[in-house]
Design a protein around this ligand. Structure first.
Ligand SMILES: [Zn+2]
Ligand SMILES: [Zn+2]
Length: 244
């Protein structure tokens, strides 16, 4: 007797994960390949081509190594380089929302499809130590998960054994929400908000890449970079899913 394994698998997925595509909100796993519809992933504003060397924002014009956006020119970040996968258009926002606020890790099962759509990103993180931006203990207790750690783990899985995740930063201050603050205020708000966990050892690593869900002003990532640089670790870069 032929057993319809695919049918069974779908039925089980239906039962345990009544999951819909986070972008169009329809059942999307029926193609049996990805969690989000591939056609919906094509609506995401993937960053290809020319981009800022620090924050990774996509830019018009020629691709060259030293290209720097206005924000990063006005205030040069402490980290030396960065990449983002996509700009925050509505489709990209849906992905972030799903992970960050719905606690839906499953969209990260599609990370290989993300990486295919943003050339060079995988090379950028390969062979590095990925360090997730931490949440303050209070926030972590409330949310129960750190989405940046999820993202770092998903990226490391794709990059292979030369890439490791090291959850070595802590947030020493419970900082007020930043959503209403401008760039300068964010920077002040973040000052000395991070430190390395006791016993952290980065010997043997050449490049550290800080991982966060979204790049907004870069203030949080910069404060994390400072904690690493102050400890004597020089080569710090950043990687985020979204930019905007
Ligand atoms: Zn969809
Ligand atoms: Zn920039």
């Amino acid at each position: 007797m032929d057993i319809d394994w695919i049918g069974w698998k779908r039925a089980l997925i239906d039962l345990f994960f009544p999951g819909d595509c986070p972008i169009c909100k329809r059942a999307a796993y029926l193609d049996d390949v990805s969690f989000a519809c591939l056609s919906c992933l094509d609506e995401v504003a993937w960053i290809r081509g020319a981009r800022c060397k620090f924050c990774g924002v996509g830019m018009d014009g020629m691709e060259y190594a030293g290209l720097t956006c206005k924000n990063c020119r006005e205030r040069t970040p402490l980290f030396q380089g960065g990449r983002s996968l996509f700009h925050l258009n509505p489709a990209g926002r849906s992905i972030i929302h799903e992970i960050k606020y719905q606690g839906n890790k499953r969209i990260l099962e599609d990370i290989s499809f993300f990486l295919e759509r943003a050339p060079g990103f995988l090379d950028f993180i390969t062979g590095t130590v990925l360090i997730p931006v931490p949440l303050h203990r209070k926030k972590l207790n409330k949310r129960t998960y750190n989405q940046s750690l999820w993202i770092a783990k998903a990226l490391a899985k794709e990059a292979g054994i030369s890439t490791v995740v090291y959850d070595c930063l802590i947030r020493t201050r419970h900082t007020p929400s930043q959503t209403k603050l401008d760039r300068e205020q964010r920077q002040k708000n973040m000052k000395n908000a991070f430190a390395l966990k006791q016993g952290t050892c980065l010997d043997g690593f050449h490049r550290a890449v800080l991982v966060d869900d979204v790049y907004t002003t870069g203030a949080t990532l910069d404060a994390c970079a400072k904690a690493l640089i102050d400890s004597g670790f020089g080569q710090v870069e950043v990687a985020t899913l979204g930019h905007g």
